[in-house]
Design a protein around this ligand. Structure first.
Ligand code: DAH
Length: 366
């Protein structure tokens, strides 16, 4: 028999009035305390000076010696047990109160998703052109480029003149232009390409000591073209400009190849073919492995295995001259290509016009 059960057994036999009842009530009171504040009151009630236990202790004097000794021992046991219970109850309540506090302080940052799928709000997503623009930006940012933007309405000078195409230059015919009825006739245009943003960046760099430049410039462009499966009148380009000391054509070729494999996959490569652009010298068109046949040759790439993506070249010194940048000290390369064309190539979209028709059945597929 353990000490405590021996004591309990004794409680039933001692003559001290109500030792068993005192213990029983006291345990009930302690266990019933629902907070530490309540427990403090309960402890005073069962163990304090005016508690039934203390009262019983005081009555020991009226017993004979043997009975007093035995009853004193029993009461001491009861006190020890009650103290132990009070302490355990105290730690339990402290733990529970701390847990409740933490729970109350917790910030629930999770999104509430209704249990039933039918109730779930329909979540939209980016249009494939916006998503592609973003991932192109990510690829270039990963290569160390910054991202810049420029206006969609330009003066003739930014869109053509500063890009080495003075008025009546025949190369202007490469871009079917929308003119705005603003200012002098044919002085304001909807930009036909993102190349004028190069001029804005060069001007800013000159004004604020911002050279060298490693930037890409995505944005919307406009051409007076009849839309067809591979052309839109409103479309998107991303322009690239690097201006630094000792920049070479090899840097340009390496940049285009790195971008191509990073964006389209390691089995898609780039190649450059001689071309003409007024603002670059030498100039090239760049082509990538046809993403439909992966280079084998198909109808889309006219059996060549290659698809044209954009233009590029070394910045023509005349462009630096137009802005006032020393073309002996600085060299650069530039490139520009269609974002919509990238979307078309990557997702193998037969007709580019689908990108502007806002048909939800089309948009949902991305
Ligand atoms: N702006 C040209 C176009 O729209 C593309 C281009 C070619 C951009 C050569 C460049 C470049 O930066 O160097 O057809």
């Amino acid at each position: 028999m353990s000490d405590r059960s021996a004591a309990r057994a004794a409680v039933a036999t001692v003559s001290t009035p109500d030792a068993g009842a005192i213990r029983h009530d006291a345990l009930r009171t302690l266990e019933g305390a629902a907070s530490r504040a309540e427990l403090r009151i309960a402890v005073t009630a069962v163990l304090g000076k005016r508690s039934p236990l203390a009262l019983a202790h005081r009555q020991l004097g009226s017993l004979d010696a043997d009975a007093r000794k035995e009853a004193g021992r029993v009461l001491a046991e009861v006190r020890a047990e009650l103290e132990e219970v009070a302490e355990r109850r105290g730690s339990e309540l402290a733990a529970a109160e701390r847990a409740a506090e933490l729970e109350a302080d917790r910030l629930d940052l999770t999104e509430v998703i209704p249990a039933s799928v039918a109730d779930r709000p329909v979540r939209g997503h980016h249009h494939p052109v916006s998503a592609t623009r973003r991932s192109l930006e990510d690829v270039f940012v990963g290569m160390g480029f910054t991202v810049a933007e420029g206006p969609e309405i330009e003066t003739d000078w930014y869109n053509f003149g500063a890009l080495n195409m003075p008025p009546a230059h025949p190369a202007r015919g490469m871009w079917d232009t929308f003119y705005l009825e603003l200012g002098e006739p044919e002085s304001t245009v909807l930009r036909t390409h993102t190349s004028p943003v190069q001029i804005h960046l060069l001007e800013e760099a000159l004004a604020s000591g911002g050279l060298p430049i490693h930037a890409v410039m995505p944005g919307r462009c406009y051409r007076r073209d009849t839309p067809d499966a591979r052309h839109l009148a409103t479309f998107h380009q991303i322009e690239g400009l690097v201006v630094d000391r000792a920049v070479t054509f090899a840097d340009l070729a390496g940049t285009i190849e790195t971008f191509t494999t990073a964006y389209f996959g390691s089995d898609i490569h780039a190649r450059l073919r001689p071309a003409y652009f007024p603002f670059t010298e030498p100039s090239a068109e760049f082509e990538i492995t046809c993403t439909l046949c992966r280079g084998a040759g198909c109808r889309t790439c006219s059996q060549t295995g290659w698809i044209e993506l954009g233009g590029c070249g070394m910045v023509d010194p005349a462009v630096f001259d137009a802005v006032g940048i020393d073309n002996e000290e600085w060299q650069g390369f530039a490139f520009g290509f269609g974002i919509d064309r990238c979307v078309q190539m990557r997702h193998q979209i037969a007709d580019m016009r689908l990108l502007t028709e806002n048909d939800i059945r089309f948009a949902r597929q991305f």
